[in-house]
Design a protein around this ligand. Structure first.
Ligand code: OAD
Length: 258
């Protein structure tokens, strides 16, 4: 990673552990863990599957079995994956920067597995099940131990009998108001904003960088695709699992010199 003047500016700000840092992650941070993104051409999930069919309440009502199977398949992929160096650096930064807020659009739980805590999982979690009609919690552990995609039947709620669905936010559904409140507060006080591995097209997350910038934050985008740079002050082109360790190492050097 080349350390241009923008990067120097970022490192200078990060030198202070009191810096109020807000980090927003998207599917790209988990790409190096083998989890497909949504919109990368060819391999992205939405290039292969229809979001209306698989990520909406209407789609679920129409075909609960298909939707349940799709999320069971994705969860199995996540369970077999490992957190990568990008997740690890952010977990270390949460220790370094006590005022850091980590917001993720990902439902995979890999930030938690890397050791981060107090993550705002604004699109929910694939590891949670709740029933479609009344929101009663369930568990993936209730699946038969030897399930395959072909024989998998969706689970029913043990309390009210309705279908179980994943605890993720689907298209047309709202982000939890408590999450939006916390995010709003963090953005209002933010000094450095980092958007990592997100295409920046799904709202409300897509509006966070502009909001942070409006509030006076220094804004940074980390992404291999230049189209994602948006209105950021600094664009670091590359994979999260490479750029973040590079940035972390440069920060260590900067701290040790002064
Ligand atoms: P997208 O699939 O829209 O964007 C992924 C971004 O990651 C793209 O900009 C890629 O260029 C970038 N990328 C790919 N490989 C990367 C790598 N190794 N390191 C860093 N970046 C990389 O995913 P999101 O922006 O997260 O919502 O999508 C937002 C929401 O849309 C998701 O949370 C999901 C989806 O529909 C719901 O399911 C509600």
């Amino acid at each position: 990673m080349s350390l241009d003047s923008g990067c120097d500016n970022l490192l200078e700000r990060l030198r202070d552990p009191a810096t109020k840092l807000v980090v927003l992650t998207g599917a790209g941070i988990s790409a190096e863990s083998g989890i497909p993104t949504f919109r990368d051409p060819g391999e992205g999930l939405w290039a292969q599957y229809d979001p209306q069919e698989l990520a909406s309440a209407e789609g679920f009502r129409k075909n609960p079995k298909l939707v349940f199977q799709w999320y069971a398949w994705r969860r199995a992929k996540v369970m077999a994956a490992q957190a990568n160096q990008g997740h690890m650096v952010l977990a270390r930064w949460a220790q370094r920067f006590p005022a850091m807020t980590l917001v993720t659009q990902n439902v995979d739980g890999l930030h938690t597995r890397a050791g981060s805590s107090q993550i705002i999982e604004m699109h929910g979690s694939i590891h949670i099940l709740r029933c479609f009609d009344r929101g009663h919690e369930g568990s993936w552990d209730d699946l038969p131990s030897q399930w395959t995609l072909e024989n998998l039947e969706p689970l029913r709620c043990q309390i009210c009998g309705s279908w179980m669905r994943p605890g993720v936010v689907w298209f047309g559904e709202s982000i939890a108001s408590s999450d939006m409140e916390q995010i709003g507060e963090a953005l209002a006080n933010c000094e450095v904003f980092l958007a990592i591995g997100t295409s920046g097209v799904v709202y409300p997350a897509a509006g966070f960088l502009a909001e942070a910038r409006r509030q006076g934050a220094f804004t940074v985008v980390i992404n291999p695709d230049s189209a994602a740079r948006g209105t950021s002050h600094l664009f670091l082109k590359g994979k999260a699992a490479e750029v973040l360790p590079g940035l972390d190492a440069a920060l260590e050097v900067r701290i040790s010199k002064k």
